[in-house]
Ligand binder design. Sequence first.
Ligand code: 4AD
Ligand code: MG
Length: 463
Amino acid sequence: MLNRRIAEILRSSQPDESLLVQGWVRTKRELKGFAFIEINDGSSLANLQVVINEDVPDYETTIKNLNTGAAVEVAGVLVASQGKGQRIELKAEKLKVYGEADPETYPLQKKRHSFEFLRTIGHLRSRTNSFGAVFRVRNACSAAIHQFFQERGFLWVHTPIITASDCEGAGELFSVTSLDLKNIPRTDNQAIDYSQDFFGKPTYLTVSGQLEAEVMAMAFGNVYTFGPTFRAENSNTSRHLAEFWMVEPEMAFCNLEEDMDLAEAFLKYIFEYVLVKCPEDMEFFNQRIDNSVLATAENIINNQFERLTYTDAIKLLEKADVKFDYPVSWGLDLQSEHERYLAEQLFKKPVIVTDYPAQIKAFYMRLSDDEKTVRAMDILAPKIGEIIGGSQREERLDVLERRVISQGMKPEDLWWYLDLRRYGTVPHAGFGLGFERLVQFMTGMGNIRDVIPFPRTPQNAEF
Ligand code: 4AD
Ligand code: MG
């Protein structure tokens, strides 16, 4: 007998096929002489309807135990469904209840629960329609990312999670240590004696794999890294996580224009891929979460992103007839309200802002001839704000050394990174896509905590 996934059965199976199905009960309806249950195995939004006649062995006890949440295995034959809403249903011949779920205490009863409540049962929420759809789309986004880069000959490289450098220079680092916090070794002048720590020096969870991706790009040309990154920023917003996933391509022999072209093609590709792979889930988001999700996807795929310089963006923001909470003036960073105004209200599509002031951007970005701006680019998305941050990198040793020093970092700590400019340096560029922000943008989910299975945020590391 075949053990098949429900998505595939609903898509292509025909009446008279004998099947074995395993999953969790979503609903049960008892009628006179028979019962219906709906089973979900996570493979699709839609459930498989199972009809159980009272002549199956142990009917009474089985039905009593088949409550919402129970794990079940059903062997049976597919039949054309008499009822509305499904093409086929499974006529049970044999049932096995693996794990029961007490209807008095199982938290996921058949009603709508708020996302806030569902966050408190993070170990069970994936069994709901919304989270099923989110995590299937998240999976499709990951697959699209790999397919996009693999088709283009990029090498997937694994950059370290533990590092001794602060790539973004923002100081938002989680320390990694094996020192005994109750008995910290000290040097003569009372500083922490890191020579006794595991790595013999201070180490952190990485904020970005970029610096190591640059190393690999200097050997393989085009590479990408896709992994978890960590930021100890105390931002309690709907778009910040302390642990999030980032996709970072890095290309040798590449300038900022080519970097932007790749980023735009990349986003379009992922949207197209997900629309093809997860049409049912995307329809669900459009109906239940945000009724602009499908229109947004079409808009992304079919329109060129707007490109403008930071200087022009500031002029537009100064002219805007809305009142912002944060000030706008040349030299200040854009806040998310500014980013959203540009993408959501003004251009109504993604906007790529380039050439930011050097003082507000990281040390590795290439300084322009004006000496005031760097060759940076941020892609701003409607509703989300910044979704991608990237730049052409500073490939000139002397300029890079100056920038490292002026940002209060020590060139000797970055000796290997500077070596890349000593030996075979070349113009290169890359970007980082915040993976959860992408999934938010794709699904219309309002809170970033609801697009990652196990969100890590200030004061919260449950599950
Ligand atoms: O703009 P960021 O800080 O850029 C970098 O880390 C570069 N090293 C990337 C590169 O050029 N290789 O971060 C990149 C993206 C942001 O645009 C945003 O989408 C996301 O990462 N991001 C976050 N997502 C969730 N929670 C946070 N706390 C995030 N911080 C940044
Ligand atoms: Mg950024």
